[in-house]
Ligand binder design. Structure first.
Ligand code: WTA
Length: 615
């Protein structure tokens, strides 16, 4: 790994505009009195009824802003209208053909309130789960905010997931309503989403309504028809009322439903959007994440709206119809803040920098990355070719579970390529060994968070024991992130990757066990072991070792068939790069597959201690 220990100081123009010029001073203040700090932030937002206590920490359960009553949709919409932003553009959505759709805060408020009223008329009540299976779009955002407005809990499922993956999520949440679009356009092709939904809900009697945006067959409810009823006021939500469930991969075959609640999530997402990106009221902001992931929830939907910011959404793929697309959007809309993933940066990097010639990127001020470690080479490429050496780069480390940024630098603070940076306001982290003992600088270890924070997950839906696992796997009453990291003498943290059996494929999180169970659901597969294999662009790709059942022989055809099978079971994010047929898998004497051994072999590393290996 190339090590660049150089510090990149913020350019003058970034520093001048910075809201927080002294990161360290504010950080110190935030951790010497976290409750006072968070209380002040929360009070910048609107509460129907003030909270009377900031934090109740009953390890491992936290409650924030107790007895406060608020509503995040009110804070995203009504509060901005009261501030005179009704005519301001909230979103500019661009499709692959360059067609533009705009919606103001006023229009969004109307649409959301009316859709919320319609949901109420359909019998959707506070606490009911609403599944949203839609790509990034104004409709998806309306569906999310309308649910939040009436206290229904949304569960957005990334629209690239297969029918089976969608079914598991609808079933686990026992969603009463499923909202979808009839189709999605990607790379010029129409993908039929409605038929995926219909396959997913077969026999699930608890699903009462299917709402379809776009072409809507007679027996379903048209999304558009729900936009013209009267307006619903935002209901009073308790600070700790659940806001959404978002499924993410863990170390078992079953995804876990991460539960976030209202007041704390709102407060931390509001603050981090404002300070990490240093957003000013006239800024145009462009985050490339899909609403189906946590980055979409926090930094496409809630964060920018809470700050009254104009955002750009680009539908479709990053490199279609051309790799210039995102950059032409930056030029056309004079984007000031751009937030994307290392995998995208590395893909662009492969094209050199010629393709950027002639595109004016001078409007940019802050450029960010998220989702996986960014290697210093990619960081530098981004800094030079997109940031033109005059932007601040923020490398934000956080997770579905953390809800908002946990480690990053802010624009006014020097960054180091490849290092995410420092713990965020109000956040204390440690790098520890198995016993929870803090490690000295430059020693890799487990990354843990010491204290509760407002946007922390509150539960794993239906599976409280999985919630507890975050807090009982490392001694010391800490939250274990599942990541390995290392800290330098100055306190900058570099994330090295996952410590568990979770993969990051092009920034998407997927569990090795999910892929393994998909593989063994094929009649030819007796056993399998899946590992991540380093990849120049995607960070990691999936490699599977497969042991066939008697009567099946390894072949190219079978290999392709298995790849297709997994893709069908899990969806296109689970593309297997390589299958190796084996006669035996390395196992412990108790029969557990030692993925660590396979991983080391794949990486050409020492296999380490194999004393527990069966054979
Ligand atoms: C990884 C995405 C290095 C990490 C917001 C984490 C990162 C997992 C970074 C969470 C970063 C995220 N540098 N690694 N800046 N950001 N990760 O839940 O392994 O999809 O645990 O949330 O992504 O993935 P998730």
């Amino acid at each position: 790994m190339l090590k660049v220990n150089q510090k990149f100081y913020p350019p003058q123009r970034v520093l001048e505009m910075a809201k927080v010029k002294d990161f360290e001073a504010l950080y110190k203040k935030s951790i010497s009195d976290p409750e006072g700090f968070w209380s002040d932030v929360a009070k910048e937002l609107f509460w129907f009824q003030d909270f009377d206590k900031v934090l109740e920490w009953n390890f491992p359960r936290a409650k924030w802003f107790l007895n406060g009553k608020t509503n995040i949709s009110y804070n995203c919409l009504d509060r901005n209208l009261d501030a005179g932003l009704g005519e301001k553009i909230a979103y500019i959505v661009l499709d692959e053909d360059g067609n533009e759709e705009k919606i103001t805060f006023g229009e969004l408020h109307r649409a959301v309130s009316s859709f919320a009223k319609s949901l109420l008329s359909l019998g959707v009540k506070k606490g009911d789960r609403v599944c949203i299976y839609m790509p990034s779009s104004i409709e998806a955002i309306i569906a999310m905010l309308a649910s939040a407005r009436i206290g229904a809990v949304h569960s957005v499922v990334f629209a690239g997931f297969s029918a089976q993956a969608l079914r598991t999520r609808i079933q686990d949440a026992s969603a009463k309503v499923v909202i979808t679009s009839s189709q999605i356009k990607r790379r010029g092709k129409n993908i039929d989403t409605l038929s995926t939904v219909l396959e997913a809900i077969k026999g699930l009697d608890f699903v009462e309504h299917i709402i379809v945006s776009g072409e809507c067959p007679q027996n379903f409810i048209s999304f558009e028809s729900l936009l013209s009823s009267s307006l619903a006021d935002a209901s009073l939500m308790d600070s700790e009322d659940p806001l959404f469930i978002l499924y993410t991969s863990g170390t078992t075959g079953k995804p876990k439903g991460i539960v976030h609640t209202t007041g704390g999530y709102m407060t931390a997402v509001y603050l981090s959007t404002k300070l990490t990106f240093d957003l000013g009221s006239d800024d145009v902001y462009f985050c490339t994440a899909d609403v189906g992931w946590i980055t979409g929830h926090s930094y496409v939907v809630y964060g920018p709206l809470l700050n009254g910011i104009t955002s750009i959404i680009a539908k479709g793929a990053p490199d279609y119809p051309s790799i210039r697309r995102w950059f032409e959007i930056i030029e056309r809309y004079r984007v000031n803040v751009f937030y994307t993933a290392p995998t995208a940066i590395r893909m662009f990097m492969r094209y050199g920098n010629e393709f950027l010639k002639g595109i004016d990127l001078s409007s940019l001020r802050v450029i960010g990355t998220v989702g996986e470690p960014i290697n210093p080479e990619a960081w530098l490429w981004y800094y030079k070719n997109v940031g033109l050496e005059r932007c601040a780069v923020v490398d934000t480390w956080w997770q579905t579970e953390t809800g908002s940024h946990m480690i990053t630098t802010i624009p006014s603070y020097p960054a180091k390529p490849g290092m995410a940076g420092k713990p965020y306001f109000g956040i204390e982290v440690k790098i520890v060994d198995e016993e929870g003992k803090e490690l000295p600088p430059n020693t890799p270890g487990y990354l843990v968070i010491n204290k509760p924070w407002p946007s922390m997950l509150r539960d794993c839906f239906n599976e409280p024991e999985r919630y507890n696992q975050y807090f009982n796997s490392i001694p010391g009453n800490v939250y274990f992130s599942g990541d390995i990291a290392v800290c330098d003498e100055e306190g900058y943290i570099m994330i090295l990757g996952r410590a568990d059996d979770v993969l990051k494929i092009a920034g998407h999180r997927i569990g090795t066990m999910e892929v393994e169970s998909a593989l063994v659901s094929h009649p030819s597969v007796a056993e399998s072991a899946v590992v991540g294999k380093p990849h120049d662009i995607k960070g990691e790709v999936i490699k599977a070792f497969v042991l066939l059942r008697q009567g099946y022989l390894p072949s190219e055809e079978l290999s392709n068939e298995l790849k297709n099978h997994v893709r069908e079971v899990l969806g296109p994010i689970a593309v297997i790069e390589e299958i190796e047929f084996v006669d035996k898998l390395p196992k412990t004497r108790s029969g557990k597959i030692m993925r660590r051994v396979l991983r080391a072999i794949e990486r050409g590393q020492d296999v380490g201690d194999t004393s527990t290996l069966e054979d």
